[in-house]
Design a protein around this ligand. Structure first.
Ligand SMILES: NC(=O)C1=CN([C@@H]2O[C@H](COP(=O)(O)OP(=O)(O)OC[C@H]3O[C@@H](n4cnc5c(N)ncnc54)[C@H](O)[C@@H]3O)[C@@H](O)[C@H]2O)C=CC1
Ligand SMILES: O=C(O)[C@@H]1CCC=N1
Length: 266
């Protein structure tokens, strides 16, 4: 499959590195635009620098759009005449609906939205996608195959995509704040920084993996480490006195609402 990528920044780069690493696209099948970030990624991966955005999408079977939400309409307008009618358009922009994308594309262009997160580059993303009006089951199967190679990939209703941003796409940054805090807590209590960081990161990975693999409710997993009168409950009482869960839920709400805002016309 030939792939064109417009938007070769943090997320576009993470996805592309993940796909090349998983062997889904040979570097020779990937066309990137001749802008600084495109050239740098092409040099790193051995991909082709195509030239203008229009030249980049010409002949593509899949177009990955990873520019900022406010840039999407103008980039699509710029390339719509060179875009092959069968090309599957995948947008990862937060907030921008399939209807808004379809409005600037030729009729019946297959469009899907996907929201991955940056662990895509090591095959550990949490992604969700939804379909536009002309997307078929085959298109959905292609997206599932591409993004399952980068980690977990599920389909959701388009109305739920902003919440996916809150939980997973932005959520990954919330987890990094927690990781930093857990690490600093360890350093504060006398652990060397490198040891504290390794222990904290593996604790997050292990906790998530255990929840996924057992399917147990987080409270059951929490109860299994909570000895009556013990250490864990001493710490949980501190977190709860600062409404830890409430504040995390508010962060998810803020990110979800911001995603919806980004998609609204100015
Ligand atoms: N960073 C993340 O973790 C996530 C980002 N997203 C979405 O992914 C998209 C990209 O976000 P980031 O990678 O963080 O941004 P970024 O700023 O790192 O990348 C944007 C890229 O677009 C390129 N670009 C700008 N104007 C262009 C044009 N006219 N033609 C071609 N390329 C152009 C820039 O050179 C840059 O490389 C956004 O729409 C964001 O909502 C979605 C989920 C997670
Ligand atoms: O912060 C942002 O707007 C982008 C979208 C989701 C993650 N990063």
């Amino acid at each position: 499959m030939t792939l064109a990528v417009l938007g070769t920044g943090k997320l576009g780069g993470a996805i592309l590195r993940g796909w090349v690493r998983a062997g889904l696209f040979a570097p020779s099948e990937i066309a990137l635009p001749a802008r600084a970030s495109g050239r740098a990624l092409a040099a790193e991966l051995g991909a082709r620098v195509a030239g203008s955005n229009g030249e980049t999408v010409a002949g593509a079977e899949i177009l990955l759009l990873a520019v900022k939400p406010y840039q999407l309409a103008s980039v699509l307008t710029e390339v719509r005449d060179q875009l092959p009618p069968e090309c599957l358009v995948l947008s990862v922009a937060a907030g921008v609906s399939t209807t808004a994308l379809e409005a600037v594309l030729p009729d019946r262009q297959p469009v899907l939205r996907v929201l991955p997160n940056t662990p895509a580059q090591i095959g550990a993303a949490a992604s969700a996608f939804c379909r536009g009006a002309a997307a078929t089951n085959d298109h959905a199967a292609t997206v599932t195959r591409l993004f399952s190679a980068l980690g977990l990939c599920i389909e959701v209703a388009e109305s739920q995509m902003d919440a996916v941003v809150g939980v997973a796409a932005s959520g990954v940054a919330f987890v990094y704040l927690f990781l930093e805090a857990l690490t600093d807590g360890g350093v504060r209590m006398g652990l060397p920084r490198a040891a504290a960081r390794q222990l904290a990161a593996q604790t997050l990975v292990g906790a998530g993996q255990l929840a996924l693999e057992t399917g147990l409710h987080p409270m059951e997993l929490k109860d299994a480490v909570t000895t009556p009168g013990g250490t864990t409950m001493a710490g949980i009482a501190v977190l709860e006195s600062a409404a830890f869960r409430g504040i995390v839920m508010e962060a998810v709400r803020a990110a979800t609402e911001r995603s919806a805002e980004l998609g609204r016309p100015k």
